[in-house]
Design a protein around this ligand. Sequence first.
Ligand code: DGT
Ligand code: CA
Ligand code: CA
Ligand code: ZN
Length: 584
Amino acid sequence: MEKNKEIARIFEKMADMLEFLGDNPYRINTYRRVAEVLSELGEDVEELLQTGKIRRIHGIGESSVEKILEYLRTGKIVAYEELKKKVPEDLLELLEVPGLGVKTLRLAYDRLKVRSKEDFIRAVKSGQLAFLPGMGEKKIQNILRGLELWEKSKERMTLLEAYELGRSILKHFEDVRELYENIQLAGSLRRRKETVGDIDLLVSAKKESWARLHNHFVNYPGVKEVLLHGETKSSVVTQEGRQVDFRTVEPNQWGSALQYFTGSKEHNVRVRDIARALGLKISEYGVFRVDTGEWVGGRTEEEVYQLIGMDWIPPEIRENAGEIELATAKKLPRLVELKDIKGDFHMHSNWSDGLHSLEEMVQACYELGYQYMVIGDHSQASRVANGLDPNRYREQFKLIHKLREYYEPKGFYILRGCEVDILPDGTLDLPEDLLEEFDFVVASIHSRFNQDNTYRILKAMESPFVNLIGHPTGKAYGTREGYPIDMEKIIKTAKETGTALELNTYRADLSPEQIRRCMEEGVTIAIVTDAHSVKHLPYMELGVGLARRGWAVPELVLNTRDIWGIREFVDKKRNLMLSGGKFA
Ligand code: DGT
Ligand code: CA
Ligand code: CA
Ligand code: ZN
């Protein structure tokens, strides 16, 4: 699917370039649609060419097909090469900056003689931008803020991006399965850190295969530049500018190498110190006796930890934050695992701002092997997200009712839900009599972040019908800062009212520290994908990783309960709140 991505990227760029040149909007939209179709396409364009089906892709017209064919045959699209001569490509890269559009770039080009990315950044920082028509102080501040965030986000990938890239590289290695014994992504990606600097890939194999493995690695189709092509270590940079490090080790070094390259550095330093006190030396090559230099183990990670008197430690908590002491005392808690997860509580269909139909979302959840799912389309106040009014929710209930007839006999339960907006004064965007009809309610803040957000959330939790607070802090993967809130108060009230707090896989909100506080206080969290397409549903695996980073235990993760446990959770809150009681 690498080719799909490459070609989609070119069409996307051509659309930007045409827009910059003030070309016909119809043509611009056509190119954008081609890019979208190509990235969503389930099949490889190269295969479609071979099977002759390429001319029948829905949504791609004749002249675009010709360009795709041209690229597959020659590796180039002449129309694109021509456009490159007319526009400063480098300047258009700035379109990734939040809050910056073609119009502003074009104005800066015409009036301020801005020709490159650097020119533009200089123009913003020196205040020259203020000379452009329609450029107020507030707009300039926004662009400055956007530039800062963009520069920061360029340095590190979000966990989502790293996960996708990692999966694609693992897939590339399936072609040479006979050459190695073990393969794994290590480093911060394995630890499920919210942002990832570079990807670390580790393989164990017999020495005679190493050269071929390194060749295969540098020939990964997404590579833009090979930084190092060695015998044991290679490094490349991808088209997106991301670095991937690759190492090969002998099969009996697997455990010690995996332990070493998983990190974190702080964890490894402690582990090494403890080993030294026991007369042992741990390196990526194995565990050795210091006095004789004799190799004593390192085939598996379990073996490495066991040799220094510890239980195996889950990668997500290897941060030297108390895990080493507990592993030595053999008292590590059992963390939640993907296999414990029985359902997802927050997702959107094309009734609001999702890409897929309700039917498609339901079928996809069923195929994941879940016991239940909550459909949670936006409520009316979320206009941009095409939120539902009470009548449309009731329409949706009818459809769900019909779907249940098919799915319930199979043991799969569709819960009627919503993601109701918490309004600026803390009231909810839907009437009580409707809220009562839902099986499960998620309530979130989506606008007016300058209000007292702690108060808004506390008030929402007092509703007997609100079961989960969506993305509590409003932050997203280090790219979007949250609104200020008093998390301690929210945790306390969640406990008192029997409301769960959401760990949103799409945003990494809550943070590991906040999850840990929930665990300490006995507050239940729910891991949700907030899927806007069936493609996002499997990110549950990442959500579980993020939860584990916060030391989440199955007892306090709502998704580990079965359908009857969920109904009990909902009923318990309703009964208690309606009778004026409080939770223990
Ligand atoms: P990143 O890539 O910045 O998100 O973070 P990591 O943790 O993936 O770091 P990276 O890629 O530099 O190195 C991968 C692992 O290799 C790291 O987690 C621990 C190990 N490692 C790297 N350099 C050192 C070092 O100087 N000392 C020790 N003890 N371990 C190291
Ligand atoms: Ca790394
Ligand atoms: Ca690295
Ligand atoms: Zn939301």
